[in-house]
Design a protein around this ligand. Sequence first.
Ligand SMILES: NC(=O)C1=CN([C@@H]2O[C@H](COP(=O)(O)OP(=O)(O)OC[C@H]3O[C@@H](n4cnc5c(N)ncnc54)[C@H](O)[C@@H]3O)[C@@H](O)[C@H]2O)C=CC1
Ligand SMILES: CC(C)CC(=O)C(=O)O
Ligand SMILES: [Mg+2]
Length: 359
Amino acid sequence: MSILVLPGDGIGPEVTAQAVKALRSVAANGPQFEMAEAAIGDAGLHQAGDPLPEATLEAARRADAILFGAAGTYESDLLPPEKRGGHGLLRLRKALDLFANFRPVYAFPELIGASTLRREVIEGVDLVVLRELTGDIYFGTPRGVERDASGQRIGTNTMRYTEGEIRRVAHAGFRAARQRRHKLCSVDKANVLETMALWREVVTEVGRDYPDVELTHLYVDAASMHLIRRPRDFDVIVTGNIFGDILSDAAAMLTGSIGMLPSASLGEGGRGLYEPVHGSAPDIAGQDKANPLASILSAAMMLRHSLGQEEAARAVEAAVREVLAEGYRTPDIMEPGARSVGTEAMGDAVAAAIQRQRR
Ligand SMILES: NC(=O)C1=CN([C@@H]2O[C@H](COP(=O)(O)OP(=O)(O)OC[C@H]3O[C@@H](n4cnc5c(N)ncnc54)[C@H](O)[C@@H]3O)[C@@H](O)[C@H]2O)C=CC1
Ligand SMILES: CC(C)CC(=O)C(=O)O
Ligand SMILES: [Mg+2]
């Protein structure tokens, strides 16, 4: 089994190193992995002049699974796309046609006290945001900044979805709901945007094949309110690229921190890209402060979905619960009386707990 590791920028390399530690701990008495590393993001720009170097894309195509950290910095964010670290990630997802990004939002009972939200709202939260990942306003054309006849600058991006793109992610949403509590909520802005009216129509059509799944629809503005007000009512949320990007960061706070949210980006084949939901966090990079659990939980999703190692995936997840129950906390999830640890020490604690789980 081959894993390509793409640490990227900022806290990307710090958290990814802890996920690699967890995988090595799994491999100590279980499946063997071949791990290789390649550059992406600003790191790719520095190394090869491209946020997605050709060698990285080739290696990604060959790997069984890809573990990604974070790409981009505030400095490169405002440059043209070809010089923008984060663009490397967008291109990778597109090149591998990884259109279904599953972002589980699970409120660990051990972390209820770490959240800024009320216990009665977040206790029992267990939902998945399924974000479409290769279409929408992030990829639609025309795009760019140009000048009109008067010399004024005009910025354009285009929200665009084909029927086929909506259909395939809708199927993925219904299938996911079938594995869970049989509820799918489709989030759109069909009252204003034609693209989203098509989204609602196609999701409704696909829903006829899944009579056992309860389909509901919400507009994205109301959905963001309901997500915070009554998060337990949600099972699977399927939505477009930009709405999913925003809603999942908001939903992260139901778990205590964005440092707790893993994700799996999947296509039609078995190969997946496993990526924490957070970014490169320049404000805490290089300070041993980042929470590595989102990355470690992404590695667990990788073991499950791309490498066929369900038992190992469960061991990693159980190890995370164990260290949380023991009171290990990075600063983002710190609470009074807990054991304050840095990124490295959290990774060590999880790796040791994996050993205990697999004994
Ligand atoms: N998947 C990716 O590669 C993503 C890349 N980005 C890029 O990352 C850079 C920073 O973007 P931001 O908007 O600030 O989002 P961000 O997710 O990097 O950070 C937002 C806030 O959450 C905190 N945070 C993030 N991850 C954390 C972790 N594991 N542990 C503890 N705290 C954590 C940060 O310290 C910051 O205060 C930008 O260049 C952006 O383009 C942003 C989002 C996703
Ligand atoms: C490059 C960005 C679109 C990354 C991001 O915010 C995300 O994937 O959540
Ligand atoms: Mg995001």
